[in-house]
Design a binder for this molecule. Structure first.
Ligand code: SF4
Length: 400
């Protein structure tokens, strides 16, 4: 996304990685009852304010917002309030909303969304390659290194200004081919049988390894392989939400409905083009063809038209991954997150309706817990389930 902003002329960058200073600053400037992602994002931004050379006149913070039954909608106003209190009243907080599919961005919103979508698909893809390679690599660190290199290579193309969409897409598809070939060259021992653990849950905590205490890496060290739910599913979900609202209040015969249809079509087209070079490598790792499939799977437990937010995606994706032969599901959730609490209440029913596949929620609040021991037990459950599961896993051809 930062590269996409640069492509439309905004000098954007992501904050440095979260660390203990993040937690300190976030904790000092929040009340203590906020959810962990708020503390982390606030701390990361305040770290920027304290960094050498920080120029408030040349800085704006980007904090999207959303409507719905969660505290995320309060993050941007809260950040605004803290910045004001600390003397940064002139530093703008840019805050587009999921309500309109993040349309209210810049005067180049369409271009930014178009390029940002390409970047997002590529980020998810690079993550997927990392997660499917890392557990099998012969030299520790190879996959992470390749992941970083790949992101850098993608960024160089995403950030190019004034590039025709077709040309950009073509160059990026070539970069995907290069990524595929380079990942294939990583010395690895692909052996069937590692428990495949689906990672679902709250999007920030799931993706931010500092927040989740490197849960995926820990699972790998205990002998598992992870399938991390991607970020794109959230974009498909917001499209779905926008469509439902339009249908409910304005019907199909309006310009916004047509625009949404075109946007969704273009997003599918770009995704298809970018994934084309890696179809074979992703055999067995396919994401759901349509977010509606996920929402339908969730429906008996959490109907999407009643239960809003990530909870429906987490439950639906858990069921989808059961069908893909996963051996267990870990839901990564910030402590006190309503999404996690609601999911936790339906997971026993989900599990018992799906061959008693182990599903477990892990809560994070920024303090160390004994995750290791709980994960060991979970992996044992996953192995026991693996021995009796009925949905077998499909492996790519490069597995022995
Ligand atoms: S989903 Fe949960 S953790 Fe994330 S912002 Fe909402 S309440 Fe907080």
């Amino acid at each position: 996304m930062a590269a996409a902003f640069r492509a439309v002329g905004v000098d954007a960058t992501i904050p440095p990685p979260s660390d203990s200073a993040t937690l300190d600053l976030g904790g000092l400037n929040s009340g203590g009852e906020e959810c962990l992602p708020h503390k982390i994002t606030l701390g990361d931004f305040l770290k920027v304010c304290r960094s050498p050379g920080f120029d408030p006149d040349r800085t704006a913070f980007f904090m999207p917002t959303a409507q719905g039954p969660c505290r995320f909608g309060q993050y941007a106003p809260y950040l605004r309030q803290v910045l004001d209190e600390l003397g940064y009243a002139d530093v703008p907080v840019i805050s587009p909303s999921s309500k309109d599919g993040y349309q209210g961005l810049t005067d180049q919103a369409s271009e930014l969304m178009r390029i940002g979508w390409m970047g997002l698909v590529l980020g998810d893809l690079a993550d997927k390659f990392r997660f499917k390679t890392r557990p099998y690599e012969r030299v520790a660190g190879d996959s992470d290194e390749m992941f970083e290199e790949t992101l850098g290579a993608f960024e160089l193309i995403v950030e190019l200004p004034d590039l025709n969409a077709k040309i950009r897409l073509g160059r990026l598809a070539d970069a995907v081919t290069r990524m595929r070939d380079r990942f294939r060259q990583i010395p690895a021992a692909y052996e069937k049988g590692r428990p495949l653990i689906g990672l679902v849950g709250e999007i920030f905590c799931r993706m931010n390894t500092f927040s989740n205490d490197e849960l995926a890496r820990r699972i790998e060290q205990l002998g598992g392989e992870c399938w991390l739910s991607d970020i794109a599913e959230w974009v498909w979900y917001t499209n779905w939400g926008q469509r439902e609202k339009l249908l409910r209040y304005r019907g199909r015969a309006n310009l916004d409905f047509l625009k949404l249809k075109i946007k969704t079509h273009v997003q599918h087209k770009y995704e298809h083009a970018l994934l084309a070079p890696v179809r074979d490598d992703l055999r067995g790792y396919e994401e759901p063809a349509d977010v509606n499939d996920v929402l339908e799977m969730s429906r008996p437990y959490l109907p999407a038209d009643g239960a809003l937010g990530e909870m429906v995606l987490s439950v639906g994706k858990a069921i989808y991954l059961h069908g893909k032969g996963a051996d267990g599901i870990v839901d990564i959730s910030p402590f006190t997150c309503m999404n996690g609490i609601v999911c936790e209440s339906v997971y026993p029913s989900v599990s018992s309706a799906h061959d008693d596949m182990p599903i477990r929620i892990f809560y994070f609040d920024g303090v160390n817990t004994n995750v290791e021991r709980d994960l060991e037990i979970f992996l044992e459950l996953a192995r026991a389930y693996q021995a009796r599961k009925t949905h077998t896993r499909v492996y790519p051809d490069y597995f022995g």
